[in-house]
Design a protein around this ligand. Structure first.
Ligand SMILES: [Ca+2]
Ligand SMILES: [Ca+2]
Length: 275
């Protein structure tokens, strides 16, 4: 792994990374699970996106790849500068839902028996145009998943046309019985709003039959299923699962003039890294 992107990583850092990664494994783990464990620990240790990409490409070169994943890629044009990927998915124990996004890059579940399940991740938050942002579902837990794109630059605005002009495109690659399929979704240039509900993924049964259904509706971030100010995903009670019906007017409201009222909304709290 000697290359430009990893030249700033010391031998000691490498050693620490691999040592820490061992604890993400069991005696029956496969090589691709070692790959996931290393990526997870690299993120925990603060490796940069470029460094992690370099590690991934080293694994690709020796063909240590995951057998079955769903990969969602978001690309767009120059403006708005910051679109965001949001995946809402069933928890691996199927008790409620989980949200993978810039504020929660990994869904890495520690199981009761000490094993870990790396269920999904977002590779990084692109904040300076074009993307790509790549969301990967590593464990095909049966259930329903929704993928959204949010125009962070323009925040909240039901009438905004900025995202409509962004040229945003989402590509999803997913496994089928005969190989890998790919579907592409382009933003409607006549749409309005800062939230694009792109598609729904349904995964059925233990063999993981994947079905992708186009949604293509537009709206506002505030009060939506991905607004963490409105709903909670992280507790394990399973009592606060958000309603599946996007049209549900649940009465959640906020005051545009009062920053406090956003509560824990990611949209208000986003602490962007500046390059
Ligand atoms: Ca972004
Ligand atoms: Ca960029």
């Amino acid at each position: 792994m000697r290359e430009e992107r990893t030249k700033d990583i010391s031998e000691e850092m490498w050693a620490r990374l691999f040592y820490r990664s061992i604890y993400g494994l069991t005696c029956s783990s496969k090589f691709y699970q070692a790959r996931l464990s290393i990526i997870h620990e690299a993120r925990e240790m603060g490796f940069t996106h470029e460094q992690i990409e370099a590690i991934e490409s080293a694994f690709d070169q020796v063909e240590i790849c995951e057998p079955k994943t769903i990969r969602i890629t978001l690309n767009w044009g120059e403006y708005p500068e910051d679109l965001d990927s949001h995946l809402v998915e069933p928890k691996v124990d199927r008790d409620g839902q989980f949200h993978v996004w810039y504020s929660n890059l990994e869904y890495y579940k520690e199981n009761n028996n000490g094993t870990k399940t790396f269920a999904a991740d977002l590779d990084h938050d692109d904040t300076d145009s074009h993307g790509p942002e790549i969301t990967t579902i590593h464990v095909l837990t049966p259930g329903e998943y929704n993928f959204y794109v949010h125009d962070y630059t323009n925040g909240s605005g039901i009438d905004s046309t900025a995202m409509a002009s962004s040229g945003a495109r989402v590509t999803v690659e997913y496994p089928t019985l005969s190989g890998t399929e790919r579907k592409t979704f382009d933003i409607d240039p006549a749409s309005r709003g800062t939230l694009w509900n792109v598609f729904k993924i349904s995964i059925q049964g233990l063999v993981g039959i994947v079905n992708i259904e186009k949604i293509d509706t537009y709206g506002d971030y505030a009060g939506s299923p991905i607004d963490e100010g409105g709903y909670s995903y992280d507790d394990d009670s399973g009592e606060e699962d958000y309603p599946q019906d996007d049209d549900d007017d649940d009465g959640y409201s906020y005051d545009d003039d009062d920053d406090e009222s956003y509560g824990d909304s990611a949209f208000a709290l986003k602490n962007k890294e500046t390059a």
